[in-house]
Ligand binder design. Sequence first.
Ligand code: SF4
Ligand code: SF4
Length: 379
Amino acid sequence: MDDRAVALEHEIAELAREIGFDLFGVAPLRPPKDAARFRDWLREGRNGGLQYLEADAERILDPARMVPGGRSILVLGMAHSRAPVELPGGGRVARYAAGRDYHNVVVKKLRRLLRQLKQRGLVREARTLVDAGPLFERSHAEEAGLGFASKAANLLHPAYGPWFFLGEVLVDLELEPSPAVDFGSCGSCTACLDACPTSAILEPGVVDARLCLSYHTIENPGRIPPPIREKLGSWAFGCDVCSEVCPWGRKAPELGERFGTHRFLEEGLLGWLERLEDFEVRAEGSPLRRPGREGMARNAALALARQPGEPQLRGLLQALASDPSPIVREAAGWSLAQGFGSDSRSRSALERAMREDPEPENRSWLRSWRERCGNSTSS
Ligand code: SF4
Ligand code: SF4
């Protein structure tokens, strides 16, 4: 790299640091090096219901299409490590979801960086991307020297482990790619493969979204399949198991203050269910808004099945059994059957729901939960 190129990269790295990013690197704007793997993953249907990945496949595989004259990808990382998040009254959500929505935070910072690059006359055409944008982020971030691709299919960094967000700015500025960094590797560790509750990590680096709790609680708008929901435990949004067991994240700094704690989180599962009518307003600005009223009510009902001792719970689940959403009614029926097989009011609520549900498919599901309930009562 010549002196001018070095100085320019230092200038951008310094800007990124001032804006609040912890990690910065440059990758060439070209197809991801893992393109073949991505194609195979899609072909095998492992994206589950993430249809946008298929719809956007052309751009993901050739990101230069997104920016006329595009040359480089600026890859930025923002760490978010914090302690495990237990909801008041029980239930868990992914750590990143405790605070303000990172999409908003990261995108604002990316736009600030881009404004400054434009003001300096360095960039004319550009595009900012966070998370769900049409880019194979992990692959480009690895190329930009932000970490290494792990067996859990995320990126690991020596300081932050798996606990950092990625964002990118695709620019028409020619920059030298960041030098390759040898951070190490997973080695012989298999902790995430062993700990995943649903064996969703099929082989090192390959996660099947159709088995992943994170996918089902956040992106699946329908019923969570019974074999998956049985492994949910108390997860009401996302799943951190593969990250929590990873030795690379153990020394990550505590950064909970960065994104704060959203007030919606403080209501807990019962609070969410008590006031579903204004869910969208109360969850505004939180990642927990993503599954919508129906998805979060479903998740809360399933997670609450683990807390049969909660006094308000029976009434709430009984009320949910007549919710306008068939997805929520069915989840409430499952939860009633799981936790309250010996409780006569819950049993009669479940039986009423089973008889009166307007949807035949739902009646069939509820009947099978009633049978389970009957079995546990007679045993
Ligand atoms: S997020 Fe949870 S379910 Fe998904 S791969 Fe990781 S451990 Fe498995
Ligand atoms: S838990 Fe072990 S195998 Fe899994 S990502 Fe971390 S280091 Fe790699």
